[in-house]
Design a protein around this ligand. Structure first.
Ligand code: AMP
Ligand code: ZN
Ligand code: FE
Ligand code: FE
Length: 276
């Protein structure tokens, strides 16, 4: 079975609309997808509608960012209730903070001579949760940098001169936020963000799974994280983290995983549903 449990759309910083993503998933003969936009569930209804006649199983998801001592900790939330008012209000605050941060990056860039307006960034974000990808694309459009990866490498990547961090957000609070919305928390791409030392504490806080099969994980990392998750009685998940054609990383549906990964996640979702 082919499936992909980590995908972005134009509701955050992906390049494909929810409809186009479902069409691409259908083209790629995927059996199941989970859309996991940054700090928003706006794509979930359009994805579900677009997938209705395709036979593709859609799992509701989200990707929330936390920070711990200057490191990013990304937490995926699966089976969150997309209409939970508290959850929606909390995500709204996260998106407001993203907007404020984009404004500060624009100011910093402009002050150094790379003149950019927040409107140029927002036009590219087109209503989606605004992030550094949009700032990067605006920099390219303004002719200030060669391409998106150069923008991250030279200007807005972590540790670069115009990087602005997100407000501190405790990973444990993020796990609680997902639990409050009825979902399962999964630690996203731990091998990319290098947060192995945090895993025991996150498990104590209610972490339900580890994304072992991430597009940017090596085969050894995939095996190690899958073993760790199994040993701790956690779910194993995986996905490409696809952001659209021409973006860095693995293509849609191109991460090989055992069928059991999907089966166990769906079973966990059913247990949650029946407890609701
Ligand atoms: P943000 O959440 O605003 O900090 O932006 C993080 C997002 O930027 C990630 O989810 C990726 O989509 C994108 N990103 C991070 N690093 C790079 C990079 N070096 N090149 C291209 N996109 C990147
Ligand atoms: Zn992204
Ligand atoms: Fe991430
Ligand atoms: Fe992601």
């Amino acid at each position: 079975m082919r499936f992909d449990l980590h995908l972005h759309t134009t509701a955050s910083d992906g390049h494909l609309t929810p409809e186009a993503l479902v069409a691409a998933a259908s083209q790629a003969s995927l059996h199941a997808i989970a859309v996991t936009d940054h700090d928003t569930v706006e794509s979930l209804v359009p994805v579900r509608l677009a997938a209705r006649d395709t036979g593709i199983t859609v799992i509701p998801g989200v990707e929330l960012s936390a920070t711990h001592e200057g490191r990013d900790v990304h937490i995926l939330g699966y089976f969150i209730r997309p209409d939970d008012a508290t959850f929606l209000a909390r995500m709204r605050r996260l998106r407001d903070a993203r907007l404020e941060r984009a404004g500060r990056m624009v100011e910093s860039l402009s002050a150094s001579g790379l003149t950019l307006s927040i409107d140029e960034v927002l036009q590219i974000a087109d209503g989606g949760a605004v992030g550094r990808s949009h700032v990067a694309r605006a920099l390219v459009a303004a002719g200030h940098t060669q391409d998106v990866s150069a923008a991250f490498r030279d200007l807005i990547g972590r540790g670069r001169p115009h990087y602005v961090s997100k407000p501190v957000s405790n990973p444990k609070d993020v796990i609680a936020m997902i639990a409050d919305a009825g979902g399962i928390s999964v630690l996203a791409h731990p091998g990319v963000t290098q947060v192995d030392d945090l895993i025991p504490g996150l498990i104590d806080a209610g972490l339900g799974g580890i994304e072992a099969f991430h597009g940017d994980h090596s085969p050894v990392q995939r095996e190690q994280y899958a073993r760790l998750a199994n040993d701790r009685g956690l779910l194993v998940t995986g996905g490409s983290d696809y952001h659209g054609p021409g973006t860095p990383g693995v293509a849609l549906g191109e991460v090989d995983m055992p069928d059991m990964v999907l089966e166990r996640l769906l079973q966990a979702g059913e247990r949650l549903e029946s407890a609701r």
